[in-house]
Design a protein around this ligand. Structure first.
Ligand SMILES: *Cc1c(COP(=O)(O)O)cnc(C)c1O
Length: 401
């Protein structure tokens, strides 16, 4: 029995079966590489689902977290601390000012806060929200109600929340669905869990216009796209729009759990005292990690790096001319490789066998979301191995390949 199979057997015995059994057991990481319990090394091209923005063991993150856990690990919301104030100030400045922040511990909690916030901020007579087909907003009941994936949503409804779904990227459908009785529109700038699905040019501006025309609030879920992933601090800045509410999580803490709900203008002040809370939200250690992430993104010019290495990756994958690859989507270090057949799981397994961690986000789509610190040499290492990986999958009998 290998160390992996032994650990998997123990996992299966005591962990709930909701994740299935993960194929690889990780032991440690350094930079963009991780090692499994067998000692195999992998180039990490998924970063714990777009989370480990600084890679693994970045000295600035280690130092910030270590220092803070020794100084003060927890305060609860009964007391304030300097880190949460500083992080909120930094986020408000990064989104362009006139905003306020609520800190949570995860993405789904950031969206739960947004749901309650729009309920407070929306005027009377507004009784439902609009969300998008195939969108993903989280697994807790409110965020799950917003999630347009029937397979994960339907077994747990009804949710006591009137959510109406429109096709993603379809401005006309949104215009028809959003009326003066709509509280808010929840949308991702690019649908991450659907397979990095990019909307038509101008879609976010259209969402903004529709919300302005009807008084519905525009909630933008940048939990996966935010904090540098696309080569911009936030994807909406590239699109030239400002939502009313912005939710963040994944990359913000560089691996430490933190989420944030940012409300703009009057929406940021809509909660009354006592309306919402979290014991751990704004935890000093997670906040210290997030401050280190923001510092390193600036100091190491990681927005530029994400744009440059992301373009290099897309170019190299396209240049392979593989019949198995039909398109490369996305921006910055947030990319989908669209396959001609539903063999993404085979590509993921073959890549792992060659020392690369990628993610089969959909049956025919591979997601690549490496640390923002990834280097040109590391991108080329992956691009160099990809022909062999794809050939192995094709030989296994992929149709059209
Ligand atoms: C991951 C994700 C969430 C949920 O975040 P959790 O931290 O897993 O709760 C919500 N929205 C989007 C767009 C995400 O990618």
């Amino acid at each position: 029995m290998s160390a992996t199979t032994e650990l998997q057997a123990r996992f299966d015995a005591v962990l709930m079966p909701n994740y299935g059994t993960p194929p690889v057991a990780l032991a440690r990481g350094e930079g963009r590489y991780v090692w499994d319990v067998e000692g195999n090394r992998y180039l990490d091209l998924i970063a714990g689902i777009a989370v480990s923005a600084l890679g693994h063991g970045h000295p600035a993150l280690v130092e910030a977290v270590t220092r803070q856990v020794g100084r003060l690990a927890h305060t609860s919301n009964l007391f304030l601390h300097d880190g949460e104030v500083e992080l909120a100030e930094r986020l408000v400045a990064l989104v362009g000012g006139d905003a306020r922040v609520f800190f949570a511990n995860s993405g789904t909690e950031a969206n739960e806060a947004a749901l309650k916030l729009v309920r407070r901020a929306a005027g009377p007579g507004r009784d439902h929200v609009v969300s998008t087909v195939a969108g993903f907003h989280g697994r807790t009941s409110g965020a799950l109600a917003l999630t347009g994936k029937p397979a994960i949503r339907d077994p747990f409804g009804p949710f006591g929340l009137d959510v109406r779904f429109v096709p993603y990227g379809d401005g006309a459908a949104l215009r028809a669905a959003v009326t003066e009785t709509c509280q808010a529109v929840f949308v991702e700038p690019v649908q991450g869990e659907a397979g990095i699905v990019t909307p038509p040019e101008g879609y976010l501006r259209e969402v903004r216009e529709i919300c302005d025309a009807t008084g519905a609030l525009f909630v933008l879920d940048e939990i996966q796209s935010g904090v540098g992933r696309t080569g911009h601090w936030f994807a909406h800045q590239e699109a030239g729009v400002r939502p009313d509410v912005l939710t963040l999580a994944k990359g913000l803490g560089g691996g430490l759990p933190i989420g944030a709900c940012v409300g703009f203008g009057r929406v940021g002040g809509a909660f009354h005292k006592g309306d919402h809370g979290s014991t751990f939200g704004g935890n000093p250690v997670a906040v210290a990690a997030a401050l280190a992430v923001l510092d390193v993104i600036e100091e190491e010019k990681l927005l530029e790096n994400a744009a440059e290495q992301g373009n290099l990756l897309a170019e190299r994958v396209e240049a392979l001319g593989s019949p198995l690859v039909t398109a490369v989507r996305g921006a910055g270090l947030w990319r989908a490789v669209q396959l001609a057949a539903p063999v993404a799981a085979d590509v993921q397994a073959a890549a792992a066998a060659h020392g690369f961690l990628v993610n089969a986000v959909a049956p025919d789509t591979v997601r690549i979301a490496p640390p923002l610190t990834i280097t040109r040499e590391e991108i080329l290492e992956f691009a160099g191995a990809l022909p062999t990986i794809l050939a192995e999958v094709s030989e296994k009998g992929a149709p059209h390949a």
